[in-house]
Design a protein around this ligand. Sequence first.
Ligand code: PLP
Length: 403
Amino acid sequence: MIFDSVEMAPADPILGLTVAYNQDPNPDKINLGVGVYKDADGRTPVLQAVKDAERRMLAGETSKSYKPIEGDANYASAVQHLLLDRPNESDHEAIKSKRMVTAHTPGGTGGLRVVGDYLKANHPDMTLWLTTPTWANHPNIFQASGVPTKSFSYFDDQTFSLDFDAMIATFEKIPAGDAVLLHGCCHNPTGVDPTPQQWRDIGYLLHKRGVLVILDFAYQGFGDGLVEDAVALHTMLEPGREMLVVSSFSKNFSLYNERVGAVSAVASDAKTAQTVLSQLKRVIRSNYSNPPGHGSAIITGVLNDRGLRMNWEAELSVMRNRINSMRRMFVEKLTERGVDRDFSFIGQQRGMFAMTGFTKAQVDQLREEYAIYIVGSGRVNVAGMTDNNMDRLCDAIAAVLGG
Ligand SMILES: Cc1ncc(COP(=O)(O)O)c(C=O)c1O
């Protein structure tokens, strides 16, 4: 039979961990694997601002007809302003000049795949450079598009900080016409981002060398704030510079299963931007044709309403502050237990993830003996920590690492 020759694909390592967690009967199990925000009670609730926007949509919706290939113009505009507005500055040069165009995509993953297919079709000689380490799905996505990838050093696993010098040394050798994929903020999996000055230097160098910056922006608002987290855009996006930006609203709107995101291209002028948009549309048309409506209607409903936006920003602050307070508590409790390693770097990292430096054997022991689920690389989802599970978690880590 035809299907008999098909080989079993390997399970996704991170989602596979969730399956194992769900099957574990231990009532005290702790999941620090998959990147989903959990509140203080370990739940991933629907945000109130989202519920309110949905209620209004339900009352006002008149049609479920197809959307344009690139999605609605009011969604594109809301996304651009969320990316680029600053207090007292809501008219960024890239928006005003119309050299920024945006297409609505199904999640950040869908946006990255549109970018991959666009690069393959329009820049066939381009190599895409990825941080080491990076989100495990990055190589999969670009491989599926047929875009060649290479890696550059990003994280120093001795000091748990940015390996800025090594990164710049690679950038000085990348050939003109290649692209670099950077994480807009809250780098996954390390939680380590460049400083504003480092972003400025990176932007200057890559522009000078003729290398395209692609910014994967999946955690805006999870680090230090919506505007603070957009520092990479504000420092790198000077007049005349090009960029591709992939947005995801899975985390900051807690809309994981609505699959809502975007691709924005910033070209040197408005005419070129329209040409790039035409190619993005071509990719989308042959892939999923046009985007799903529900998630984007929530985003525009919230962002374009003063009250809902204020409520959303307040809910986002609660998520961000909880993660940052869990980081501090984790470090304090490990120190209290006399763990023989300095974990203070975890308090300085940002976003949902931290690299702990745990070995594969320690990760296995935590899972097998203590029902604590961590990705094999030692990446932990800080948002899986709560006031209630922190003592048990730190006791187990102290036992495994030796106090
Ligand atoms: C760095 C990074 N990019 C993109 C995504 C994709 O997000 P989405 O769920 O919107 O596809 C994620 C999700 O974990 C991520 O961590």
